[in-house]
Ligand binder design. Sequence first.
Ligand code: PLP
Length: 393
Amino acid sequence: MDHVSECPTTYLDHAATTPLRAEVAGAMAAVLAEPLGNPTGSHRPAQRARRFLEEARDAVAGHLGRDPREIIFTSGGTESANLAVFGTLAVAQERGRSLSILHSAVEHPAVLESCRAAHRSMELDLAELPVNAHGVVELDALIEAVTPTTTLVAIMLANNETGVIQPIDEVARIVRAASESTWVFADAVQATPFLNLAEQAVGADLLALSAHKVGGPVGTGVLAVRPPAEVRAYQHGGGQERERRSGTQDVVGAVGLAAALGLAEAERIDTGARIGALRNQLASRLLAAIPGAVRTVADSVPTLPGHLHLCLPGIEREELLVLLGRQGICASGGSSCASGALQTSHVLTAMGVPDSLAQGAIRFTLGHETTSADIDRAVAVMPGVVAALRHDP
Ligand code: PLP
């Protein structure tokens, strides 16, 4: 046995991906055991697949408080963000409108890079809305920037690095007061396990979800589009999903997403309270044990209950993560994107966090199966690792 496999695993990286929940795997296995056709066909296996798909759509719509026709199944959060951006721009273009997007400075790359790619390929006004020192979008900047010619305002429901929750309803009110034909797009990928999306994202015309962040399978997501907002297909082919997303639907993935959302919703209040208490314990114990450690977002700012973001002066996060990983502690440097690992986080830069602190950024994210033993273990390991790195850089 090597050193790594001898350590127990303490998984505190749920914002990167969550373990597939056993109940979800069970629901998917039950569907996999049936002979399934292509849901667009007319024979019995096809009808069975269609029934599973439409039941999953109804369930997802129910959890989001939306009409089932609004639900577009996709391959995940990234595809949903691309479809939201390019799909709404295509509709505006068809209508001869000028193209313009406002997005917050702290969006996930799925949104940021979609906007930037659109900007490179079409005549598009693109503007970034600043955030305050806590990472909350500056509403005054939105009031000033949004006009009836704005196509889309993209502001995430909760940030993947810090867990900070954005005031989406306030955003929607501002946008509606300025324009009848500007749509609000909220990336709810991180918020899904913890927030009541039917209530807390009611102002969003478009909403993106990803199953693997909520105990479901990787490779399935949703874009919900509430009329009169519309999207044109970004991915072309057979015209599935009411002509909005071509490709044979992943019936088993959709069943998994619906099951995962059902579990999250049923447990949301209790799980949120339990995880929030564990996160607060982790925060206070680490801050007490590690000299100079700083909590990046003030206690008073609403965040997802599972997120704890710290900055550790004098530490290089990649070295810290390697040493923690050797001891079985799974955390992340802030973002879990392939491109973001070694760069300074654009989220921290937008919040005005100095580079010297941002270098030592670490994100712990707790989830459904996190226990107090996980917190004890992280608290037992972290101070020693930080001290070793400071003395022996
Ligand atoms: N949006 C946010 C806020 C995320 O955290 C992620 C994944 O980390 C995505 C979008 C992309 O989702 P997916 O991994 O399903 O493509």
